[in-house]
Design a protein around this ligand. Sequence first.
Ligand code: NAD
Length: 497
Amino acid sequence: MTITAPTVPARVAGLVAELDAVRGVWIGGTGRAATDGTTFAVDDPATGESIAAVADAGTPEAVAAVDSAAAALPGWAATPARTRGEALRRAYELMVADTERLAALIAWENGKALPDARAEVAYAAEFFRWFAEEAVRTDGEYGPSPAGGTRTVVTHVPVGVAALVTPWNFPAAMATRKIAPALAAGCTVVLKPASETPLTALAVARILTAAGVADGVVNVVPTSSSSTVVTSWLEDPRVRKISFTGSTPVGRILLRQAADRIVNSSMELGGNAPFVVCEDADLGAAVRGAMVAKFRNAGQACTAANRFYVHADVADEFVARFGAAIEALRVGSAFADRTEIGPLVSSKARAGVAALVDEATAGGAAVTHQARVPSGDRGWFYPPTLLTGVDAGAAILRNEVFGPVAPVVTWTSEDEMLRWVNDTEFGLAAYVYSGSLQRAMRIAESVEAGMVGVNRGIVSDPSTPFGGVKQSGLGREGAREGLREFQETKYLSVEWT
Ligand code: NAD
């Protein structure tokens, strides 16, 4: 592999050498170079420098990956569920055992702080464990038809070759959240990781091979030309499923393309999570929850709290305590000592966040608290920021910020607050804090979102159905429902006279 950066951190050097990213198109259990020999650069967000050259796949590799997945499908689908589950369980163990190297790799290409990267490895591995357990629980039904004369047998079969497309913000977990249920169901996959973070996906593919998953079951196609590769898959009659995680605009494009062949589609799209604090909330707990919900991954999470609605009676105290916690955050490169918040993923991401903050302050909002960022002009750092006096109609409340900025709006009428909360095309996650559990649950039931954290600032858990309503997506990942996304229901009608 060609490393163009001056140094490769010692803690990732061994794993990076193993990945051999110049031959990073992973097909049939081996790595290969792009047919035309091209590569694309991966950058370190903490410095802006190129750190790796990765094979840049095009249509020939996209087709070869489907050839491989289609050839492996009959054998994998016929493999006993117990065997499939045991391979996933071994993948879980291998991933956990390699936590430090994988966390360093994620931190290196994504920029997130090492504690966030370690948490991601644990979360990502947990999808292998959960679906190792679910693999053997494919159920069915058997019974008489109401009119008599037939017996109905209902079963669930693998949907077939699945195309998986993942974002850069959780390069390990977004891959395992799709691969694990697909493999548990008996599907084979072709995965296109985000071009910002392809190395982690290559590491995950090698873990699955080491765990005993047959060659060709998992294929990874890194590319700088996402639409070329994904369009080739959506046009290929052998591909029966698209599972996408990313932004709502790209989700719309893929759904339109999927419509041409009626490809089975799961969409995990953007969010705009409200964080509601009632006047009877435990403010200490609310601030701790807000710190996790807002600043995990530097705010670059689809579930990130995007807008804070705080009751006027407690707004000053909440802002003072939340602001003090924000000012104390240590921002820096992932590998610097005690870093809690890393840079944003790119200069474009940083410019987008800055533009939203500028627009809000031009509209009357005030920056009341801010953390410090490393001095110098390297890297895509943006300071964790608290904004008050934000107008309820401001753009920063309507768009996914995807950065470490917390805009606060105060409310007095619960009905009006709920109207603001639901006045969005998104409906992924939400958070509600109240001292009365019944009140918190009542508000949670009124919020149009697929997931609500009640007196807690995190909702992600592999055993729960993750997903959104409205334009935040279609389908669920994790839980039993995550397995169903990769299965078709099939029934046999049996003559019974
Ligand atoms: P993105 O939509 O730009 O990219 C996601 C993936 O799609 C990447 O692999 C990208 O290369 C690919 N892609 C981009 N354009 C494409 C095209 N025209 N055809 C085919 N593929 C294409 O999103 P991102 O910036 O990588 O990630 C951030 C977004 O993802 C945010 O909106 C965030 O909310 C969302 N997200 C959602 C979830 C969820 O579970 N709902 C989880 C994580 C991230």
